[in-house]
Design a protein around this ligand. Structure first.
Ligand SMILES: [Zn+2]
Length: 68
C-alpha cells in the first residue's frame, strides 16, 4: 500500500520497501535550564540522509522519492 502520510511518495529505490526509513532529521526541542524538554517538531529535507530499514540501502531522501 503506497504511503499517504508523512512518507507520501517515498519508496526504497533498492528493494521497493515503503518503509520504515531511518532519516537524519533536524529537530526542535523546547529546552529549559533544568533540562526539561518538550518535543516540538522534526523536519527533513530532500538532501537529508535516508536509509531503508529493510535492506539498509542508504542515500538521500530525494533518492527515496521525497520531492523538492
Ligand atoms: Zn530497501
Amino acid at each position: 500500500m503506497p504511503n499517504t502520510n508523512i512518507l507520501e511518495g517515498m519508496q526504497c529505490p533498492n528493494c521497493e520497501s515503503e518503509g520504515p526509513f531511518r532519516i537524519a532529521c533536524t529537530s526542535t526541542v523546547l529546552v529549559y535550564d533544568d533540562g526539561t524538554d518538550d518535543f516540538e517538531w522534526t523536519n527533513w529535507e530532500p538532501d537529508s540522509w535516508c536509509q531503508c530499514a529493510t535492506c539498509e540501502f542508504a542515500a538521500t531522501a530525494r533518492d527515496f522519492g521525497l520531492e523538492d
